[in-house]
Write a protein that binds this ligand. Structure first.
Ligand code: C5P
Length: 218
């Protein structure tokens, strides 16, 4: 179904360092992105996967580039962008980073007993890539929400310049982030058009790709 398509995707968390040993990150397992990479490959696509630090083996037959920070993830993806037909942002990019990274391990202030850290928002990778799109490229993002799933997903679709967004309610235990199962809704510019799962992420991955492929063909 995806024969000859070149798919670029990212997965897993990123890390933003405060000093050589401490970082900000999140609990993303990378399972959804890896399942998508594997499914896309099985459906005939040529897949490039840019992955944050995860405890998963690189999917067979998928060109996998390991990265750590958001900047590294962005730069690695930029290198593949021109040749990609679909770009899928499945990574849980750390959305805040320390304004500066100390060369030495930072000491806690002895007088206050505190460490005050200034943070700034990181670059939105999928939005930055979508702003550099060439004709015919399809951009797909993910939205992990705990409330107002539909409204937040639609807002992100427009704000980030995407064609499709895959929304999941992460407030439900055993579904979504760091779980083996997921349940998602697909949104395009014409509104919601599919509800998939709950099912194993491998199955959800196949269904996401085939549902979007069919929607593009229409
Ligand atoms: O805004 P939010 O983080 O909920 O959006 C999720 C979507 O945006 C995902 O596709 C995620 O990979 C992407 N994202 C990104 N760069 C960021 C934050 C989110 O590419 N700094």
């Amino acid at each position: 179904m995806l024969h000859g398509k070149r798919i670029l995707l990212n997965a897993g968390p990123t890390r933003e360092f405060l000093d050589p040993v401490r970082y900000l990150s999140n609990g993303s397992s990378g399972k959804m992105g890896y399942a998508l990479a594997q499914a896309a490959k099985a459906m005939g696509a040529k897949v490039s996967l840019v992955s944050g630090p995860v405890a998963l083996d690189p999917p067979e037959g998928v060109e996998t580039v390991p990265v750590v920070t958001g900047q590294e993830m962005y730069e690695a993806m930029l290198g593949f962008l021109d040749h990609a037909d679909w770009v899928i942002g499945c990574a849980a990019v750390a959305d805040l980073a320390p304004v500066s990274c100390g060369e030495q391990k930072i000491k806690i202030d002895k007088e206050t007993g505190k460490l005050v850290v200034e943070l700034h928002p990181t670059r939105d990778i999928i939005a930055s890539l979508a702003s550099q799109r060439r004709d015919g490229q399809i951009f797909i993002g993910f939205a992990a929400e705990t409330q107002n799933v539909a409204a937040n997903a639609k807002g992100k679709l427009i704000r980030k310049g995407l064609d499709y967004i895959v929304a999941n309610d992460v407030s439900q235990p055993h579904l979504g982030m760091n779980a083996d199962h997921n349940a998602v809704q697909l949104y395009g510019h014409r509104g919601p058009f599919a509800s998939l799962g709950p099912a194993l992420k491998d199955q959800i991955a196949k269904d996401i790709l085939s549902t979007i492929a069919r929607s593009i063909e229409k």
